[in-house]
Design a protein around this ligand. Structure first.
Ligand SMILES: *Cc1c(COP(=O)(O)O)cnc(C)c1O
Length: 224
């Protein structure tokens, strides 16, 4: 298996399209990340804060780090100084904490709002109607050090491509209708983060702007 070849083949799928690739490196050692970095690729994602922080400290400083996983409020402070984009914001409480830590760092932190689009109950995120309530809330307007850059969703883990494609289609439609919220000064919905190794090709067909691909580039993960 060659990381360089895998990366090249995923990049080929999005060539000429307005789609960014986040290379998901969770559980993978720095040596493997450096193989991708050596090709000029610099956008990586992690789903655990501790691992994200350790890798950020030891790897080149021009890497753009994405936090893609479920995030606990008490851990925001560890990454607030460097994180490029937080993908899975699923409550106003969490967003307030991100705002507070961003303020301390004198930064504006870009965030995506996670929508619950899958059939599984285990996945996090707002329901569509909850998201409308959230986007309309007065409290959101007071958060000066965050910027809501878009939406994120994870489809049902299934071989049924019609199910996956419908979930992405619905999320894309919502993303388009939510553009009305851009009139608020901390909302600018430019990104739709959907698609991972098993379903990124479907996500491309359904209008993703950001795919998060791990195992298809770096190989299967062993969780011990
Ligand atoms: C692990 C992970 C991915 C990538 O998963 P692969 O199947 O390895 O591509 C994408 N998004 C999130 C939120 C993840 O936790």
């Amino acid at each position: 298996m060659s990381i360089e070849k895998n990366l090249e083949s995923v990049l080929k799928e999005i060539e000429g399209k307005n789609i960014k690739l986040v290379g998901v490196t969770k559980t993978k050692p720095n040596e493997l990340i450096m193989e991708a970095y050596a090709t000029g690729f610099k956008r990586f994602g992690e789903n655990k804060v501790q691992e994200l922080v350790e890798k950020q400290e030891t790897l080149p400083k021009d890497i753009e780090w994405h936090m893609i996983g479920h995030l606990q409020r008490n851990k925001v402070k560890y990454m607030a100084g460097f994180v490029h984009l937080i993908h899975a914001v699923d409550s106003l409480k969490l967003l307030k904490e991100i705002n507070k830590q961003a303020l301390k760092q004198n930064r504006i932190i870009d965030c995506l709002i996670q929508l619950h689009i899958a059939k599984e109950e285990t996945k996090f995120g707002f329901a569509y109607d909850e998201a409308d309530t959230f986007f309309s809330s007065i409290e959101l307007e007071e958060l000066t050090n965050i910027r809501i850059k878009g939406l994120m969703g994870m489809a049902t883990n299934t071989d049924n491509t019609t199910t996956v494609s419908n979930e992405f289609k619905t999320l894309r439609r919502y993303y388009e209708s939510a553009q009305v919220y851009n009139e608020k000064n901390n909302i600018q919905l430019d990104e739709l983060s959907m698609g991972m190794s098993s379903d990124y090709k479907i996500a491309i067909e359904e209008g993703t702007t950001m795919i998060r691909v791990g195992s298809a580039i770096f190989g299967e993960r062993n969780y011990n």
